[in-house]
Design a protein around this ligand. Structure first.
Ligand SMILES: Nc1ncnc2c1ncn2[C@@H]1O[C@H](COP(=O)(O)OP(=O)(O)O)[C@@H](O)[C@H]1O
Ligand SMILES: [Mg+2]
Length: 395
């Protein structure tokens, strides 16, 4: 029997389209003799759809008519129920479309890469690939991620963070603090997006205020960082779990301006294709052997201390003036699942997907060995439960 793999993609995120590309690539990469692929597309509104029409890229030109070609489905948030149910009940016939064995979240950004969706999967208890709720949530929030990395002595650039409300209450106070701790130029970021959305540089106080105002349109949490002027960006993928992982060869993404943009990342550069794999890049990156091993070490350490799982990508920044290397961020579900980096590391895409499924099943097996409840029922002991006397249900 083939393993039934539910691939979830799309989603309520600014990276919706990128997720569609990642999923199409991943679904096509699976060995179809071993795996049956069930595509589950999450619309921008949050509806779930399945159907063969989801397998071909050209159908995504008109997402509304694509949805009409598909069946609307859902899963119940009940532990152990791996069924995919149809929304519209049939008079005759089954309400279950299929039963999944394992889930691959191929979602990017909010509601998919940040632990929100993983929480649902953990509630159901279905094996799934990639970071769990905790590590995805930490990885997605640039502020909490920095706090953990800092604590674990992983080098990061200086930063200041605040909420939008704190910012609007006293802009000058935060500008003072940023000038005091970092100094211009700085880079302003919403803490939990991706794909460079809302990110920009500020060279003086006026620009700073304008850029933070702009970033605050995207997120309630904001982070300001020291800007690395002579920046060489290097990405390295990590595969495994925090106890046993390997790192890929490194890539250097090529940017058209000073900041790697959405267009640089996904619009295919010179190749005219779309998706992360199509962007302009150097693989392997031009680094000294010492730099390469330092980058791979830091990527692995970042993956380990954040308790990541499956395939992730760690992006580092090299200051070409000083040679200093900083970890910039981790992508819990990297664009194109970083298959092009694994391909260059002699792990072809079909094998990468098989490894992800195996890692998902392994984590589920290991979770099964942990105690999650006591068989003793305190209500059956007599004597009552402290504090519960007279408790009434609210009307
Ligand atoms: N501290 C920094 N100094 C210089 N450039 C930066 C810095 N942080 C980010 N950038 C530029 O902005 C881009 C996007 O920032 P990043 O933190 O990776 O956000 P995202 O999650 O949107 O990818 C980076 O790829 C890099 O080009
Ligand atoms: Mg990035």
């Amino acid at each position: 029997m083939r393993t039934k793999v539910g691939v979830f993609f799309g989603g309520r995120s600014v990276e919706h389209e990128i997720s569609v590309l990642t999923a199409l690539q991943a679904m096509n990469a699976f060995d179809s003799e071993k795996f049956e692929i069930i595509p589950i597309y999450i619309s921008k509104e949050g509806g779930w759809y399945t159907g063969q029409a989801l397998m071909s890229e050209r159908n995504y030109k008109d997402m509304k008519s694509l949805q009409a070609m598909c069946e609307e489905v859902y899963m119940k948030p009940i532990f152990g129920d791996y069924n995919l149910y149809r929304n519209k009940k049939r008079l005759f016939g089954k309400d279950v479309v299929t039963t999944l064995d394992v889930v691959i979240p191929a979602l990017h950004g909010t509601n998919g890469e940040d632990g929100v969706f993983q929480g649902l999967l953990e509630t159901i208890g279905i094996p799934f690939a990639g970071c769990n709720t905790l590590s995805a949530a930490i990885g997605m929030d640039k502020i909490v991620m920095k706090m953990v990395l800092e604590h674990c002595n992983i080098p990061i650039v200086d930063y200041v963070w605040f909420t939008d409300k704190q910012w609007f209450a006293d802009r000058d106070r935060w500008a003072d603090e940023v000038e005091d701790k970092i100094g211009y130029p700085v880079i302003v970021k919403p803490a939990n997006l991706g794909s460079s959305v809302g990110i920009s540089r500020a060279d003086n106080r006026d620009e700073f205020i304008a850029k933070v105002d702009e970033a605050s349109r995207y997120s309630t949490r904001l982070v300001v960082e020291d800007l690395v002027e002579n920046l060489k960006e290097i990405n390295c993928s990590v595969l495994g779990d925090c106890d046993d992982y390997m790192t890929s060869v490194c890539e250097e993404p090529i940017k058209s301006g000073k900041i790697l943009s959405y267009e640089d990342k996904y619009m295919g550069g010179s190749k005219g294709e779309s998706g992360m794999q199509a962007s302009d890049k150097r693989i392997p990156a031009e680094l000294t052997p010492e730099q390469t091993s330092r980058v791979r070490f830091l990527a692995g350490e970042t993956f380990r201390v954040l308790s990541c799982h499956g395939v992730a990508r760690v992006d580092v920044m090299i200051d070409d003036n000083t040679g200093d290397i900083y970890v910039n961020e981790i992508n819990a579900i990297p664009g194109s699942l970083s298959f092009y980096l694994w391909d260059a590391t002699k792990i072809p895409f079909d094998e990468l997907m098989e490894r992800m499924v195996k890692l998902a099943l392994k984590r589920k097996r290991e979770a099964g060995n942990k105690i999650v409840s006591y068989s003793q029922n305190i209500f059956a002991l007599g004597g009552g439960v402290k504090g519960s006397k007279g408790a009434k249900l609210k009307k």
